[in-house]
Design a protein around this ligand. Structure first.
Ligand code: AMP
Length: 215
């Protein structure tokens, strides 16, 4: 199965992708996670991406397209994947289509996670990550004391992404509405876009996604 998970920042793409990976044994390709890892490792890619990411801007298309080309050509995608955070612009969507044609890959579904913007601005500013196990947590729903991770129990490992600060979140929404939202039309015209109500809690949204995949 090959899926693209699409939606505004903070809609819960990463959380849902991890559940889908477990259910369907897919490879999770999160361009955001790849970039954060590159920054941690101090690679060339990380150096190129960091200033854009910290400001809530998109990393330039040519960097992202080169990155996705390498990932999709690797062996890890052979048994199916879920693409999370790519494409985020029309040029990325066009290049991805060409790449899929070259590699003889057919996308099964593009799942568009729909939510109310005000609700997720609040949710996003409360989001936290574990620097050790990459668990996605939220001050609204997870009990976090002294920045210790409740999942892997590592001490003082919980942090807030620079791009989850409130001003940056607002800017990410502007970027989403301007650059990323038009990608929906791209897939709608190809007949692969399925809208998924994503306003509920994690379990409810997961059920909606599974229904959208299996129906
Ligand atoms: P995410 O974890 O998907 O929210 O991505 C975090 C940040 O990484 C984004 O705000 C962008 O700065 C950058 N990023 C991730 N994927 C892309 C992409 N496809 N195109 C441009 N920038 C991206």
């Amino acid at each position: 199965m090959r899926l693209i998970l699409f939606g505004p920042p903070g809609v819960g793409k990463g959380t849902q992708a991890k559940l889908l990976v477990d259910k369907y044994s897919l490879d999770h390709i999160s361009t955001g996670e790849i970039l954060r890892e590159a920054i941690k490792q101090g690679t060339d890619l990380g150096l190129k991406a960091k200033s854009f990411m910290d400001k809530g801007e998109l990393v330039p298309d040519e960097v992202m397209i080169g990155l996705i080309r390498e990932v999709l050509k690797s062996d890890r995608c052979k048994s199916g994947f879920i693409l999370d955070g790519f494409p985020r612009t029309i040029p990325q969507a066009e290049e991805l289509s060409k790449l899929f044609d070259d590699l003889n890959i057919k996308i099964d579904k593009v799942l568009n996670m729909e939510v109310n913007e005000d609700l997720i601005i609040n949710r996003l500013s409360k989001r936290r990550i574990c620097g050790n196990c990459n668990a996605l947590l939220n001050l609204l729903t997870d009990k976090i004391e002294d920045n210790d991770c409740p999942k892997c129990l590592t001490k003082d490992s919980i942090y807030q992404r620079d791009d989850d600060k409130e001003e940056t979140i607002k800017h990410r929404f502007q970027v989403y509405n301007q650059n990323t939202s038009p990608v929906k039309g791209f897939y709608q015209s190809k007949g692969t876009l399925t809208n998924v109500d994503s306003m509920g809690d994690v379990r409810e949204v997961f059920i909606n996604i599974v229904n959208a995949i299996e129906n």
